[in-house]
Design a protein around this ligand. Structure first.
Ligand SMILES: [Fe+2]
Ligand SMILES: [Fe+2]
Length: 331
């Protein structure tokens, strides 16, 4: 191991300079444009293990897994390089049966989180939109191949709410619900998954102060917030790479079965069953994650509240299927 006393910026707190990464994201004999650091104990300053100019060989990975590090880290200044590396190698990792499903699920979450975070920051990038389509296709294959993947992903769900964590959660829940409800056609599922993953992309155009507001929004703030489905629809449509189904999910995920939703006040007969799947997933994730103004509900509490207070807004058969899915993820 090469050890260095230097750090990317000695004056900043360590936790903002480095981020931990799962070892399973590192692919043998790959080229990566980021440095790898390790930390032996929680309080230690990270030390350089492998410089970005060296390949990640089998030997590097062996030494990394044999040494008892507290964790493996990369500099946060190289997040972009790491995200691009993850995107390039996701399919390789997800199809590698020698890696346990739990580890592959972890890699999937890490990749999806960093990708959606980047997309929300750069919604004008068609290249990133195309990458998200590849990610959805790889995830779809993984979820359909590996029976236990959904359960592992649910176990890894982040209960701290950020738009990018919420987006990935809604994608995983919606996709699995649609599949459990009998949708098996992979093209339909991936078109749907793209819409579910990017359903809140319109929030990239909403004032961050409103997104981060604690407590109830004012009437004006709420009006602004309610723009996000149409804004998201416009963003995706302008890229010209998404299906009508993906656009439909983005525009209509806040509609209600009995009417009264937004933006178009559609009723059940105008709502595609897949949009209804995304609405159930969206509400469930919002209830079960932590916000600055509320603690997360347990899955049971959230499902009970949805049953008791929102049943007229949700598709009853799909809600029943969702309850079954959460109770018995492997079916
Ligand atoms: Fe939304
Ligand atoms: Fe949402």
């Amino acid at each position: 191991m090469s050890v260095t006393g230097s750090s990317p910026a000695d004056s900043k707190p360590v936790n903002s300079l480095f981020r931990p990464i799962p070892i399973a994201t590192l692919v043998p004999d790959s080229v990566a444009d980021f440095d790898i650091y390790v930390r032996m104990r929680h309080d230690d300053y990270p030390v350089l293990f492998r410089s970005r100019i060296l390949p990640i060989t089998m030997d590097v990975l062996k030494r990394l897994s044999e040494n008892r590090h507290e964790c493996i880290l990369i500099p946060t200044s190289q997040n972009r390089e790491y995200a691009e590396y993850l995107e390039r190698h996701l399919e390789t990792v997800l199809t590698d049966e020698s890696v346990p499903v739990l580890e592959r699920s972890n890699v999937l979450y890490t990749t999806a989180h960093s990708m959606v975070e980047n997309i929300l920051a750069n919604p004008e990038s068609t290249d990133m939109m195309r990458s998200s389509k590849d990610l959805v296709a790889s995830t779809a294959g993984f979820l359909l191949r590996e029976k236990s993947a959904f359960e592992h992903l649910v176990g890894l769900v982040s209960y701290d709410y950020y738009t990018y964590t919420h987006s990935v959660n809604v994608f995983v829940y919606s996709f699995s619900l649609a599949n459990r409800a009998g949708i098996a056609d992979q093209k339909t599922l991936t078109d749907f998954g793209e819409g579910a993953l990017l359903h809140d992309i319109g929030k990239s155009s909403i004032d961050p102060k409103i997104l981060r507001a604690k407590g109830k929004l004012t009437e004006d703030q709420w009006k602004e917030m309610r723009r996000h489905p149409v804004s998201g629809y416009d963003i995706l449509k302008n890229h010209g790479v998404f299906s009508d189904l993906a656009l439909h999910v983005t525009r209509h995920h806040h509609e209600k079965m009995r009417g009264g939703g937004y933006p178009d006040d559609l009723k059940s007969n105008k709502l595609d069953p897949l949009v209804r799947c995304s609405t159930i997933a969206d509400i469930f994730d919002a209830l079960t994650t932590r916000r600055s103004y509320k603690e997360p509900m347990s899955s049971f509490q959230a499902l009970k509240l949805m049953h008791d207070e929102m049943s007229a807004d949700l598709d009853p058969d799909l809600f029943k299927t969702f309850v079954e899915l959460m109770g018995n993820p492997q079916g």
